[in-house]
Ligand binder design. Structure first.
Ligand code: SF4
Length: 451
C-alpha cells in the first residue's frame, strides 16, 4: 500500500477537523462565562506581572474573497476613528482592573487591516496602550501589514511606535490566482514593503502563503515559494486555504470547480515545504517555517513552542488579553471573547461596560487535554507522564485513549512507554490525531479540511 493510500484509508482526504489554536475550540464557548469572570481573571493577574495584548482592528479597504476573517469594508476613515476612540476606552477600563505594575511582554495588532489606520491614528493608539500598560524589557510589538495600504507615513509611525516585527500577508504571487481570490498584490509591492521595513530597523518579518487556492498547481506554488524565499522572511506560515462559503459569504466568489482536490493539496504543501527546507528553513509544527536562530526555531529546540490564535508562538506568557470586537482573551482560568459584531461591541463599551459575550472556564480535564493537544500540534508527540506531572493532575486517565489512538493510526504512530509519537510520514494526520484527544462534540461543518 502506498503512503497516500494508507493516509486515505485513515480518512485524511475527507476529514474536517479544528486547527487547534485553542482548546476547547471557540465553538465550545458559551455565555456561562461573561464580564464577571473577565473582571475577576483580570484582577487575578499577578501584581507587577506581564501580559500579552492583542488588538483587533476589524476594517479593510478591500474585502478579499478568500478571506474568512471577521472584518468589514470601509471607504473612509470615520468608522475607524470612532472605533479607535472606543477601543481606547476599553484599554482604560481593562488597565484599571489589572493590578498595579503590569507590563506588556507582547503586543500584536491584527484584523482586518491594522494598517488601515493613518499615521496619527497609529501614533495615538500606540500611546494610549503604552500609557496604560508599558512595554516590559525586550517586549515584542508586531503588526499585520497590508502592503497595498502601507505608505511611508504609516511605516514611519509604526517604527516610531516601537514595532519590531511585521507580518506581511502574501497568499500567492500568481496574478491569475490573485485575481481569482480577489486580492491583487504584485510581487514588487511586497518586496518594496519588506525593504522599507528593514530600512527602518524592523528586521523580523513574518509572511504567509496559502496552498489549495483555485488554479494553483505545482508550477505556480513553486514560483510563489521561490519568490517568497527571495524576500528572506524570518518566518513563513504555509496555511491550507479553508473553503467555508457557508460561514463566509465572500467565498461564494471563489470558483469551486478550480479548487485543487485534497490529494493535490497535499502535493502542493509538500512542494512548498521541500523548497523551504532546501532553502535552510526549519519546519515548525504542521504549517510554519523559521530561519535558524529565529524565536520559533529556538522555542522548538528548547520545548517552549506554543499554540495561540495566530498559529505558533514562542510567547510563554500565561495571560493574553484580547481587545476590540470579537477578540479572545486567554487566562490560566479560561477564555473570554468579546462581542463579535462591531456595532454592539461599540455600544457596550460606550455604556461603560466590558464587552465580554462568551467564553469557557477550564476544568482540570480541559487543562490536561489542552496541553496534550498543544504538544501534538507543536511536537508531534507527548509524554503523558510529563503532562500529568506539569498539572499535578490525573483528572482523566488518558492511557486507554493513547493505546486506541496508536492502534487506529498505525503504522504512522508509535507508543514508547508513556510517549505517543506521530512518525514523520504520518505528520499530515496531526490535526486528526489531536482531535482524538478533544473531549467535546464537534460539528464538522465549522472546520476546515484536515489537509
Ligand atoms: S485578507 Fe486581509 S485585507 Fe483581505 S479581507 Fe482579509 S483581513 Fe481584509
Amino acid at each position: 500500500m502506498t503512503q497516500q493510500t494508507q493516509l486515505a484509508r485513515l480518512g485524511l482526504f475527507d476529514a474536517k477537523v479544528p486547527r487547534y489554536t485553542s482548546y476547547p475550540t471557540a465553538p465550545q464557548f458559551s455565555t456561562s462565562v461573561q464580564a464577571s469572570h473577565y473582571k475577576r481573571w483580570l484582577a487575578e493577574v499577578p501584581e507587577g506581572g506581564q501580559v500579552s495584548l492583542y488588538i483587533h482592528v476589524p476594517f479593510c479597504k478591500r474585502l478579499c474573497w478568500f478571506c474568512a476573517c471577521r472584518t468589514q469594508g470601509v471607504n473612509n476613515n470615520d468608522p475607524v476613528n470612532s472605533y479607535l476612540a472606543t477601543l481606547k476606552d476599553e484599554i482604560g477600563m481593562v488597565a484599571d482592573i489589572l493590578p498595579r505594575g503590569v507590563k506588556l511582554s507582547r503586543l500584536h495588532w491584527g484584523g482586518g487591516t491594522p494598517t488601515i489606520m493613518e499615521a496619527d491614528q497609529i501614533e495615538s493608539l500606540a500611546r494610549a496602550i503604552t500609557d496604560a500598560l508599558p512595554f516590559a524589557e525586550g517586549a515584542e510589538f508586531s503588526v499585520e501589514v497590508d502592503p497595498n495600504e502601507l505608505d511611508d507615513s504609516r511605516l514611519d509611525a509604526l517604527a516610531a511606535a516601537g514595532m519590531n516585527r511585521a507580518s506581511i500577508g502574501v497568499q500567492d504571487f500568481d496574478p491569475k490566482i490573485q485575481k481569482t481570490i480577489g486580492r491583487e498584490q504584485g510581487f514588487e509591492i511586497t518586496r518594496d514593503v519588506a525593504d522599507k521595513l528593514r530600512a527602518r530597523g524592523i528586521h523580523s518579518l513574518n509572511t504567509d502563503i496559502l496552498f489549495g487556492l483555485p488554479h494553483q498547481d505545482i508550477a505556480s506554488i513553486t514560483d510563489t515559494t521561490n519568490k517568497l524565499i527571495s524576500l528572506s522572511p524570518d518566518r513563513v506560515a504555509l496555511y491550507g486555504y479553508a473553503h467555508v462559503p457557508w460561514m463566509s459569504k465572500r467565498q461564494t466568489m471563489i470558483p469551486e470547480q478550480h479548487l485543487p482536490g485534497s490529494r493535490d493539496r497535499l502535493s502542493l504543501y509538500d512542494v512548498a515545504r521541500d523548497l523551504f527546507l532546501a532553502a535552510g528553513y526549519r519546519a515548525i509544527g504542521i504549517d510554519h517555517f523559521a530561519k535558524p536562530g529565529d524565536g520559533l526555531d529556538m522555542a522548538a529546540s528548547n520545548g517552549t513552542l506554543r499554540r495561540n490564535f495566530q498559529g505558533y508562538t514562542d510567547d510563554t506568557c500565561m495571560t493574553l488579553i484580547g481587545l476590540g470586537a470579537s477578540a479572545i482573551s486567554r487566562f490560566p482560568q479560561g477564555y473570554v471573547q468579546n462581542i463579535s459584531a462591531t456595532s454592539p461591541y461599540l455600544a457596550q463599551i460606550r455604556q461603560g461596560n466590558l464587552a465580554s459575550a462568551r467564553g469557557h472556564a477550564f476544568t482540570a480535564e480541559d487543562l490536561l487535554r489542552s496541553r496534550v493537544i498543544e504538544e501534538i500540534m507543536c511536537n508531534f508527540a507527548f509524554d503523558l507522564a510529563a503532562v500529568e506531572a506539569e498539572f499535578d493532575s490525573v483528572a482523566v486517565n488518558l492511557r486507554p485513549e493513547m493505546r486506541l489512538v496508536q492502534a487506529k493510526y498505525a503504522p504512522f504512530t508509535r507508543l514508547d512507554g508513556t510517549t505517543l509519537r506521530i512518525l514523520p510520514e504520518g505528520q499530515p494526520l496531526t490535526r486528526m490525531v489531536a482531535r482524538e484527544f478533544d473531549a467535546y462534540a464537534m460539528d464538522a461543518s465549522g472546520h476546515s479540511m484536515a489537509i
